[in-house]
Design a protein around this ligand. Structure first.
Ligand SMILES: CC(C)(COP(=O)(O)OP(=O)(O)OC[C@H]1O[C@@H](n2cnc3c(N)ncnc32)[C@H](O)[C@@H]1OP(=O)(O)O)[C@@H](O)C(=O)NCCC(=O)NCCS
Length: 314
């Protein structure tokens, strides 16, 4: 591997497919342990196998794009996913084994991914928890800077569902194959980002866990899109995009109706009072805060952007 590097007592290399279970177990143990020892609830409430969703989905979209830190006897000390796109490289979930914190494992993984982006002259983006100063600091120590603040909210969706706002001139429908190119064009307008392959992957839904909705104007132009995932390892709305907070609210309401009786989480741009207020009116409760960070040029956001964690869509 071109970006293979070594640290004190470990080597960074690409994860092999047969190591997926071990990485899933590491994600589960490391993330849950961090939250529990910092006074929060476990993030993954089920079994470690649920975290196979990370290796499976990243494996579908970007085979070979998970780096691990291994000792001489091949013990996995840390892992991090990355997601190379046309406009940037996105950094996915980063984990170090709970027993070996502060030995430079995460820093070495991060630098290896930054080198991959540098080779392609692309910015690196991610979303990091504002609760988690360990990860916030890890990234900012390497030169990343915040460009957006998001509120993570949770809504208990009644079994009867929620009402969807009607917006004059806007229709909401299920996304279909072929929509990805219009969504990609909209994403370019809203925040100079391109990830058409991701949208095609969500719409195709070969794992049966995604649902995607689009909003169209009277001319049939796509003016918003929102995906959601329903899996024991991730029950979230996002990624999403919309030209206005009204369109975003209608897309969210529509996707919530695919999660009746459940409590999905989603990220709202904290500076958009109109959308935040509309979600409070629906019963949204804040559960965490996230920071969009970038190494390189920050995107200018002209509309609504809702990132997600899996796959990472900063
Ligand atoms: C966050 C996490 C990945 C860090 O892993 P780690 O291997 O212990 O981190 P490293 O030893 O490589 O480096 C951490 C860096 O952050 C710095 N750092 C940590 N806390 C800091 C603080 N409060 N202020 C300034 N710098 C700080 C460290 O000094 C170090 O930088 P340095 O080498 O320049 O000194 C690890 O705690 C973890 O897996 N947590 C659970 C999962 C998680 O939170 N993942 C991130 C979210 S996706």
């Amino acid at each position: 591997m071109k970006n293979e590097r070594t640290g004190p007592g470990f080597t960074i290399r690409a994860m092999r497919p047969e190591e997926s279970d071990k990485v899933a177990e590491l994600i589960y143990e490391s993330t849950n342990q961090w939250y529990e020892t910092h006074g929060h609830n476990r993030i993954f409430q089920g079994k470690w196998k649920d975290c196979r969703i990370f290796t499976d989905v990243y494996g579908d979209i970007d085979p070979g794009c998970c780096l691990i830190a291994v000792t001489g006897d091949e013990t996995i000390l840390g892992s991090c996913f990355y997601h190379p796109r046309k406009t940037h490289v996105s950094l996915g979930i980063m984990n170090t084994h709970p027993a070996i914190g502060r030995k430079g494992v995460a820093k070495a993984l991060l630098i290896a991914i930054m080198d991959i982006a540098k080779d392609q002259d692309l910015p690196v983006r991610l979303v990091s928890s504002a609760f988690n100063l360990d990860s916030y600091s890890l990234y900012t120590r390497q030169g990343m800077a915040p460009f957006a603040i998001y509120q993570d909210v949770m809504i208990n969706v009644p079994e009867s569902g929620v009402e969807v706002d009607s917006i004059p001139g806007i229709s909401i429908r299920e996304a279909r194959a072929g929509d990805e190119s219009a969504i990609d064009a909209l994403e370019g307008e809203i925040w100079q980002t391109s990830r058409q392959g991701d949208w095609a992957y969500f719409i195709e839904n070969k794992r049966g866990i995604w649902h995607s909705t689009v909003a169209e104007d009277e001319s049939g132009a796509v003016v918003g899109a929102l995906v959601s995932v329903a899996h024991p390892g991730s029950n979230m709305l996002g990624p999403g995009l919309a030209q206005s907070p009204q369109i975003a609210a209608a897309l969210i309401q529509t996707e919530l109706n695919n999660h009746k009786g459940k409590s999905p989480v989603f990220l709202l741009p904290a500076n958009n009072r109109e959308l935040v207020s509309a979600m409070y009116a629906l019963g949204a409760r804040n559960c965490e805060m996230h920071v969009g960070q970038v190494l390189g040029e920050a995107p200018e956001i002209n509309g609504i952007v809702m990132p997600t964690f899996m796959p990472e869509t900063a």
